[in-house]
Design a protein around this ligand. Structure first.
Ligand code: OGA
Ligand code: NI
Length: 339
């Protein structure tokens, strides 16, 4: 519990164990955070669906990351979600102590840095609350009891964000030429909420909130609030993802890259810290069920475009992914077909 960044970060200097190696340090560069990451108005889908499909497909092929506005999740629910999560992290330590665990197998837990605190040479400047959201009735009782609105608000957010995820997947299916319900059921049958808390940091140039990684799952819907921090690596450069009012960030995960046989890209992204403001983000990770088989969709492969990955169970992939410390190509290696 005393390892949580928020429990000791008011002490002053950045501890040595949080200093990244020189090659991954963000440094003092000001990162352009302009209009580079596509912003897609999903409200237009009802007027010009084909155009929306083209936009979503193009963003997923080029960036693996985009923002959506007019996405159907209400402003009130976004605000309630952000507020209740910020309230959770703002509670006194004794109210959160029972949730703290360094055991990656604990299903609902508060932890810090990354999945395994003990592995790796240095730590990351974030505290995290992670728990499953499906089946809702069965898992809400594992969630925090306080703030009292937590279960209600996050339950609704998980349902609405999942719905949005499926809508985006449906648009992608139509764009790729897959049957529109391809990802419903088992391929999107698991849901996790990851609430990240990045306290103000004494030296943002030396440390990271999260190192460069691709999300391992199918697709992630992220509420990033109003504070800068998320960056996407594209063409050898980091691009800031501009916080926009009521927008949600969408990240294409590695499963979607695999099922699309590399027609879609998973964004490589990281989180930088800042010295002034606490940053809170809430991600809904839509995933395959652990025992489900993942493989390139048959209708996207042919003699001319053979499958680039072998079939495997998601469980097998995940445990390997967590051992590769964010090296995407290494994480995919055992699952690639050698041609
Ligand atoms: C993640 C992630 C981004 C953020 O949790 O995988 O990329 O801005 N979060 O918190
Ligand atoms: Ni991520």
């Amino acid at each position: 519990m005393e390892r949580l960044v928020s429990s000791w970060c008011h002490d002053g200097a950045l501890p040595q164990s949080y200093i990244c190696p020189p090659e991954t340090r963000p440094g003092k560069l000001t990162i352009p955070s302009d209009d580079n990451i596509p912003v897609i108005n999903l409200g237009e889908a009802s007027i010009n669906r084909n155009n929306t499909i083209i936009n979503v497909l193009k963003a997923s092929q080029e960036f693996g990351c985009f923002q959506v506005v007019n996405h159907g999740v209400s402003e009130k629910l976004l605000n309630d979600t952000m507020n209740v999560v910020a309230e959770f992290f703002g509670m006194p330590m004794e109210d959160k102590a029972s949730l703290y665990s360094e055991d990656p197998n604990k299903v609902c837990r508060l932890y810090t840095s990354k999945t395994n605190y003990g592995t790796g040479k240095y730590h990351f400047w974030r505290d995290v609350l992670k728990h499953p959201c499906h089946q809702l009735e069965a898992c809400t009782k594992l969630w925090p009891r306080k703030p009292t609105r937590y279960r209600d608000v996050i339950g609704t957010f998980s349902v609405e964000a999942k719905k949005l995820g499926l809508t985006i997947l449906e648009l992608l299916c139509e764009g790729l030429g897959l049957e529109s319900r391809y990802f419903e059921d088992d391929l999107s049958g698991a849901l996790f909420l990851v609430a990240n808390h990045y306290p103000p940091c004494p030296d943002p140039s030396l440390t990271l909130g999260l190192p460069k990684h691709c999300d391992p799952n199918l697709i992630t819907i992220l509420l990033q609030g109003t504070v800068h921090g998320l960056q996407v690596f594209k063409d050898g450069q980091w691009i800031g993802v501009q916080p926009l009012p009521n927008a949600l960030v969408v990240n294409i995960g590695l499963q979607l890259r695999i099922v699309s046989n590399n027609k879609l890209k998973s964004s490589e992204h990281r989180v930088v810290t800042n010295s002034k403001t606490t940053r809170t983000t809430v991600g809904l990770f839509i995933s395959s069920c652990d025992d489900n088989i993942i493989e390139p969709a048959k209708s996207l492969t042919s003699a001319a475009e053979p499958p680039l990955y072998r079939p495997f169970r998601y469980r097998e992939f995940l445990s390997y992914y967590y051992s590769t410390m964010g090296d995407t190509e290494l994480a995919l290696q055992p699952f690639k077909v050698s041609i």
